[in-house]
Design a protein around this ligand. Structure first.
Ligand SMILES: O=C(O)C1=C[C@@H](OP(=O)(O)O)[C@@H](O)[C@H](O)C1
Ligand SMILES: C=C(OP(=O)(O)O)C(=O)O
Length: 431
């Protein structure tokens, strides 16, 4: 157990901070770098546990991957040289590793067994095995093929046209990765845009991929070629500090080099909609990924409605947005976010239980929550349910409570943000 009792501090957040590299982009850089021929160098790689699971998976195929802090170097001859792993592959807590790797494994002509931790084995995999089976892969798993552990016999795929039934970048990416190995063209049609890092990076590595009006097409024509990838700061990590600065009076904080890809920046739109003072500067685009500095100056927030197409653009930020809503004047309604129920934990339950324990007026709904804000939080005990995003949200809550916030276990934070508490200390002490 790593229980902590965090003292309430109303100390404003000041100065500048550079959050670690983006988790989604770090995973994809290792995957495409391993599938490419030649050398790939990744800088500002996220050293969190989830991305280590992706590195370990490719090492099991015999790929040479060297890691020196946030720099990762991959030397590969491409998938023809991958070896059949002699041991099952462990995906840990990482949904992105599991779902995207199933797309890769579907295309590799050998047998693999895969498993995950106690959270990952409860997360639905049929959303990716469904389309991959249509492409010709043989996959089976627990409970009739829905859950890990799973066994895959890959190879000989054919392109399909796939209209996505769930708004999920992991599903889209798994099908596109399968499409890299399939005969003919693979088409994915999405109704609402989800994060497009796979498309951006596949294009940069030389894949034959095009996109028009929500239809993405990939053809197995060009081998990928190794390249240099610089990973921008993770907006999902920056979100904790942006929100903290937006709710703690007198804060004035800049988050530097944050990824600002439109498919990820819903948090900025929502905070602005709630009245936050946010400005963006030093914008540049590297490898198809927009990035820049985000400055937040404290200003009183008001409640809002969050639903529809913006949900996939801020899905991982909804727990911290719920905390912002507890500090905003009026009511905030979050809808169309049923996907939160199948993350590392049921995030609708974890967020509403946790914030209610700290004194918030918050109610779960089937696909979201309703928060009546404006009152200060008391503090108290709350469970992180072994979910990094919940643990960090509860830690940020201690900046606005009257008494201690006790969190049962904070070790999950290493999944996506190993230096979180040091960074929190830096910006709260520089006032
Ligand atoms: O593709 C990705 O890197 C991710 C996609 C999202 O999941 P879904 O595709 O399940 O929505 C997100 O919640 C997850 O943190 C990372
Ligand atoms: C849902 C998340 O990740 P994953 O699906 O990769 O476990 C997350 O990081 O919030």
């Amino acid at each position: 157990m790593n229980e902590v009792a965090l003292k309430p501090t109303s100390s404003p957040l000041q100065g500048a901070l550079e959050v670690p590299g983006d988790k989604s982009i770090s995973h994809r850089a290792v995957m495409l770098g391993s599938l490419a021929k030649g050398k790939t160098s990744i800088t500002n790689f996220l050293t969190g546990e989830d991305c280590s699971r992706t590195i370990d998976a490719f090492r099991q195929f015999g790929i040479s991957i060297e890691q020196d802090g946030t720099t990762v170097t991959i030397e590969s001859n491409g998938p023809e040289d991958f070896q059949e792993p002699s041991e099952p592959i462990y995906f840990g807590n990482s949904g992105t590793t599991a779902r995207l790797m199933l797309g890769v494994l579907a295309g590799l002509p050998f047998f693999t067994a895969v498993y995950g931790d106690s959270s990952l084995v409860m997360r639905p995999m049929d959303r990716v095995t469904g389309p991959l089976k249509k492409m010709g892969a043989q996959l089976d798993g627990r409970s009739g093929g829905i859950y890990l552990p799973m066994a895959i016999r890959g190879g000989a795929l054919k392109g399909i046209n796939y209209t996505m039934p769930v708004k999920s970048a992991q599903v889209k990416s798994a099908v596109l990765l399968g499409g890299l190995f399939a005969d003919g063209t693979t088409r994915v049609i999405e109704e609402s845009a989800t994060r497009n890092h796979s498309e951006n990076m596949l294009r940069a590595f030389g894949a034959d991929i095009t996109e028009t009006n929500g239809e993405i097409r990939i053809t197995n024509k060009n081998a990928l070629t190794g390249m240099n990838v610089h990973v921008p700061g993770d907006i999902s990590s920056a979100a904790f500090f942006m929100t903290a600065a937006a709710i703690v009076p007198d804060s004035e904080l800049t988050l530097k080099n944050v990824g600002l890809n439109h498919s990820r920046s819903g948090i900025i739109d929502v905070l602005k909609q709630m009245g936050a003072s946010i400005s963006i500067s030093n914008v540049q685009t590297i490898g198809g990924e927009r990035q820049g500095d985000v400055s937040v100056v404290y200003q009183k927030l008001t409640g809002t409605i969050i639903d529809g197409d913006i949900i996939p653009r801020l899905i991982d930020e909804l727990p911290i947005i719920a905390l912002a809503a507890t500090q905003a004047e009026g009511t905030t309604v979050i809808r169309d976010a049923r996907e939160l129920r199948v993350k590392e934990t049921d995030r609708i339950k974890a967020t509403t239980d946790g914030l209610a324990n700290l004194g918030a007026n918050i109610e779960p709904t089937e696909d979201g929550m309703v928060i009546t804000g404006g009152a200060s939080l008391t503090g108290g005990k709350a469970e992180a349910y072994n979910d990094h995003r919940i643990a960090m949200m509860l830690a940020i809550a201690s900046l606005v409570t009257n008494d201690d916030v006790t969190i049962d276990d904070i070790s999950s934070i290493n999944i996506s943000y190993p230096g979180f508490f040091q960074d929190l200390q830096t910006v709260t002490n520089s006032a």
